[in-house]
Design a protein around this ligand. Structure first.
Ligand SMILES: [Zn+2]
Length: 98
């Protein structure tokens, strides 16, 4: 059982309150009608399936009902960081600073 910190509710809560919502930072194409079927299919279905640190969306279904992002290690299940929608992962900001 994971214990997840919701950035809106502010407490560690049990995984049962949350729903996994897929890979984070998938940007919808601006003009989907101009994409080839192959590119549209890639947007809809192709995901990274990373072994290690993975950015993913979670939904607090039994709480505030908001989406947020989690960086979770897919090998150890350790949650490395939690951040709100629209934000970049704190670890990525640190990498950018050098
Ligand atoms: Zn919440």
């Amino acid at each position: 059982m994971l214990h997840i910190y919701c950035p809106y509710c502010g407490e560690l809560r049990e995984e049962d309150e949350f729903a996994y919502a897929g890979e984070a930072h998938i940007v919808r194409p601006e003009n989907p009608e101009s994409l080839s079927d192959n590119d549209w299919g890639r947007y809809l279905f192709h995901r990274k399936n990373i072994k290690g640190s993975h950015h993913e969306m979670w939904y607090h279904a039994a709480g505030c009902r908001k989406f947020f992002n989690v960086t979770r290690n897919t090998v150890t299940y350790e949650i490395e960081e939690v951040y709100k929608m629209g934000e970049q992962p704190p670890s990525r900001a640190k990498e950018a600073q050098g």
